[in-house]
Design a protein around this ligand. Structure first.
Ligand code: FES
Length: 168
């Protein structure tokens, strides 16, 4: 069960105004790293808009995800240049390192793994993105270090780690 206390705080911050719906959902996404049903229900009740309308908005915009994507969603570029230069092998290396399959999220909700279409920097192939960060010319051997780098970020903020684990 998801604790929606933070949703109520977010609603309060935005005055629970329906015209602030997208901003409210963005803040919720940032807080929970995705928009679980309980959060959508709390937003629906808070702004007094039918749940189906809130779900429509949440599924329309790419910025929102209804399934867990992790605090650091990792995406391996699936474009031609990256495929030729080892993108699929990077997916396998990340699956091994994170102990999940493509399309899944780690149990602690820190990392999600998936592929994405060409991100437009083919000269840096193979490319992966971690949240907003873009990493180019990624070598299989550097995958453990890369993952560790993001784990360390969270360990530096213990409150954030606790938060990440609470959402599932
Ligand atoms: S194919 Fe990967 S960045 Fe273009």
């Amino acid at each position: 069960m998801v604790d929606v206390t933070r949703v109520h705080e977010i609603l309060e911050r935005h005055g629970a105004r329906r015209e602030r719906m997208i901003a409210i959902l963005l803040d919720c996404q940032e807080e929970y790293y995705h928009l679980p049903r309980e959060v959508l229900e709390a937003v629906s009740a808070g702004v007094q808009v039918p749940l189906t309308s809130v779900i429509s908005i949440a599924t329309f915009f790419k910025a929102f995800s209804l399934k867990p994507i992790g605090r650091y969603p990792i995406r391996v570029c699936n474009g031609t240049a990256c495929n030729i230069r080892g993108g699929p092998l990077l997916v396998e290396a990340l699956e091994r390192e994170l102990n999940i399959r493509k399309g899944e999220t780690t149990q602690d909700n820190l990392f999600g793994l998936d592929t994405l279409n060409c991100v437009g920097c083919c000269g840096l192939a193979p490319v992966i993105t971690v949240g907003e960060d873009v990493h180019g010319k990624v070598k299989i051997g550097s995958v453990p270090r890369l993952v560790k780098q993001y784990r360390s970020k969270v360990q530096a903020e213990p409150g954030e780690e606790k938060n990440a684990q609470n959402v599932n």
